[in-house]
Each structure stands twice: as C-alpha cells, then as structure tokens.
Ligand binder design. Structure first.
Ligand code: AMP
Ligand code: MG
Length: 421
C-alpha cells in the first residue's frame, strides 16, 4: 500500500525504478549519433576505447634535458649537448649515449638512450670555450647538470596511461567536459549517445497565468514550468511544456493524457490535501499505480510518484521551492536513467554551520541556504525565507542545508550536510 515514506525510502523507491528504466533504455537501442560539440550532458551509448597507446610515445613532462640517469648520479655533471627536441618533433633523430644530453620540451618524445629528464631549473648552459678538461669530442655545447634524477623521472612511458584498445569510458557515462576531452583525444568527433527522453511539464492551478500575461490581483505567473523545463534539460531530458491545466477534472485529464505520451510526466501543483487538488484523483481514474504519495521531507512533503499507461509521473507540490527540491531529489535520477545514464550518488558537501538552526523533528529538511568560503573554510547559513512559496529567497540562496529528521537544534559550528541545487 503506497503512502507517505521517509526521504531515504522515497529515494530507494525511485532508484529501483530508475535502475529498471535504465536497463530498458540500454536494451531499446534508440541512439543518436551526435557531433562531439553537441554531446555535453548526453549519456554514451557505446564504450570509448583508446585508439592507440596513451601516451603514444614516451612523453617528457618537463622542459629540460633528456639524459641517462647513471650519468648524473654525481653532480654537478657536465654533458655534451647533442641537440634539441620540441613537442611535435620525432624522438628518433637522436640517440643519447653516455655523457650526452638532448634539450627537450614538455610534450616532446624522449630520445632513444635517455631514461630521465632533468628539469631546466637544475641545469646551466656552459658558454662555449669555457675551459674544461672534459670538453666534448664534437666541440659542441655543454650543459651542467646540478641535480641527479632517478630513472623514469619527468617523463611518462609509452602506454602508461592506457594501452591501445583499453576502454576509457564505459557506456552510460554522461559526457562532461573531461569525458569530452577523452573522446576528442581518441579521435571521436562524433559519438553515439542515448536518445534524450521527452519529459512533459504540466502546471496545474486556476490561479496561474502564462508569463507574458499580466496577472489579475489574485493570479500568479506560472514560474514552475520554466524552472522545471530548465531542470529537465540539466538532467539530460527534453522538456515539453504543456498548457496550464485548470483545477477542473475534464481539462486536467485531457492534459494528463497528453503528457503521458511523453517518456515522463511532471505535474506541478494539485497534490496537496485541498478540495481542488485533483491530480491524484484524475490519475487514479486513469488507472495509475502509486509508488508513494508523500515523503517526510520539507519542503515537498506531498510529492507523488507513480506510473500510468506504462509511463512514470511525478506529482510535485506547486510551491516553487517545493517543486525544485522534489525535482532535485526524485525526478532528476529518473530522468537521468531514462536518458541512459548510470546512477550518480546524491552527494552532500560538508560545511560549518554559521548560526544555530532550530526545527521540529520528523522531516528531512532541505532549506535554502548560503554557502560561502572556500577550501576547508566552507560555511553555511540559512537564507531568510518566508516558506516554500518564497521565490525571491531563491536569489539569496545557493544551496540547501540538509537537516536530518531527528534534529531539533543544530548548534553553530557543527559540520552539516549541504546539497547543491
Ligand atoms: P498547490 O500545490 O497546487 O497547492 O500549490 C501550492 C502553491 O504553489 C500555491 O500558492 C500556488 O499558487 C503555487 N503554485 C502552484 N503552481 C505554480 C506554478 N506553476 N508556478 C508558480 N507557483 C505555483
Ligand atoms: Mg493548486
């Protein structure tokens, strides 16, 4: 029997469905092939493997001199400078013999015979003609090495990062800038990604008008469709904004049915206990199965999760902050899964609480807050707000302070959990 569940239980329920949804997506083989420049945020529908060894040659990691470590065991040591290799040059033009060195730049291939690089900072060029009993046979320039190096120092051997054929990125990873860099490095200007799920966004409420309309005295503009559409895109979905549904069964039902033609339906409003909160009733009439009808959280307690006509839906409470928080906690992981992405943990940061927080026990709270400071000095404090309808407070907040349900009072100075939006 579905009902009101704890925050953790609600997450587990969503994650269970998300896992199955992802498997179905992976088996569906509905892919897009996209240009790498358009791939950010998409989930890979293939593995990306190294097309050659990484690095493909022993690569110097410092500007300096390629040497034989055994030649510089005792310093200062004077070596014959036989040439220069810059990034992009072939390493084959030189072979370093005992007593010799090659000037080398970061990113250049280590020449044969060398087994280490001495950083330029620990060397000095010896002006030609400065007398020395060890002057070189070639009459070329000499270099003085002032610090020893160990074999293997300051270069990366061929294939040390990856071998040709090694899988570098598994299917299901969402492409961020770093994974895009890997795709580029292995020569993939186009990649296969999962299709983006279409996510219907349906705002309900007789008081709502569209953004371009001047609201009457008791009307408000529909902001939730905009915040939700933006959150859907961030989560890897494609938002489909439907018309505003009035608090009237017939039209609401029509729009819900329209929304159920998408991969996921997000409703905002109409899930509280009020007389005109009709969403659950209409979905019930349509034969919906409900997985939970509330979560012990604040804001967002009336959140509903279920499926209808083989499509998932969320009924998100209409207060703008509740809508955002419940999306973040529950809708986002499901959208990511429908987009083919592997699950990502809901990671909490830790920060020092700046001022005491008092709440009632019983609910896990996600309160708009301000995190400031950097490194080990992160501090967080509640943003001033008038409750979950206070949209103006959001501009003062940059995170949510997480208060566990058993805490009535958290003293200033305690390390607390913070969720980024
Ligand atoms: P409800 O969840 O329908 O009871 O709505 C709770 C509160 O959120 C009410 O004050 C609504 O006016 C407000 N609200 C509902 N939907 C929206 C929306 N789409 N945009 C902004 N505020 C909304
Ligand atoms: Mg309403």
């Amino acid at each position: 029997m579905p009902g009101v569940v704890s925050f953790e239980e609600a997450r587990r329920i969503v994650e269970g469905h998300a896992g199955r949804a992802r498997e179905a997506v992976a088996e569906s083989r509905s892919f897009d092939t996209v240009d790498l420049n358009c791939a950010r945020g998409r989930a890979l529908a293939e593995e990306l493997a190294a097309d050659r060894d990484f690095p493909a040659f022993a690569r110097a990691t410092r500007d300096g001199y390629a040497v034989r470590a055994s030649d510089v065991e005792r310093v200062p040591a004077r070596l014959e400078l036989i040439g220069e290799i810059k990034a992009g040059d072939s390493g084959d033009s030189f072979s370093v013999r005992a007593g010799q060195a090659v000037s080398i730049m970061t990113g250049a291939p280590l020449p044969a015979g060398a087994d280490a690089v001495v950083m330029v900072e620990y060397t000095a060029e010896i002006p030609p003609g400065s007398g020395s009993s060890q002057s070189t046979a070639s009459g070329g320039r000499n270099i003085e090495i002032q610090r020893s190096v160990k074999t293997g120092e300051n270069f990366v051997p061929r294939g040390a990062e990856a071998r040709a054929g090694d899988v570098l990125i598994e299917a299901g990873r969402r492409l961020d800038h770093s994974l895009i860099a890997i795709a580029a490095a292995v020569g993939r200007s186009r990649v296969r990604v999962f299709r983006r799920p279409r996510v219907a966004v349906l705002a309900t409420g007789d008081e709502l008008v569209e953004v371009g309309v001047t609201p009457g005295p008791a009307q408000i503009r529909n902001s939730n469709s905009y915040s939700l559409a933006a959150q859907v895109e961030e989560a890897g979905g494609e938002a489909v904004r439907l018309a505003i549904a009035p608090d009237e069964v017939g039209r609401l039902r029509e729009l819900i049915e329209e929304g159920l033609s998408c991969d996921l339906l997000l409703l905002s409003g109409g899930v509280s206990m009020g007389k005109f909160d009709l969403v659950e009733r209409v979905l019930g009439e349509l034969g919906a199965e409900l997985y939970f009808t509330g979560a012990r959280i604040q804001p967002g307690k009336p959140v509903v999760f279920g499926s209808c006509a083989r499509r998932y839906f969320f009924g998100l409470p209409g207060n703008p902050v509740s809508t955002m928080v419940t999306f973040r906690l529950f809708a986002r992981p499901l959208i990511a899964a429908l987009a083919g992405a592997l699950p990502e943990p809901l990671a909490f940061l830790k920060a020092r609480l700046k001022a005491e927080v008092r709440t009632k026990t019983g609910l896990t709270r996600f309160l708009p807050a301000v995190i400031s400071g950097e490194f080990t000095e992160s501090e967080v404090e509640l943003a001033a707000w008038q409750g979950s309808g206070d949209i103006a407070a959001l501009a003062r907040a940059n995170c949510y302070l997480v208060v566990p349900p058993e805490r009535e009072r958290i003293p200033a100075g305690e390390m607390v959990s913070v969720l980024l939006p």
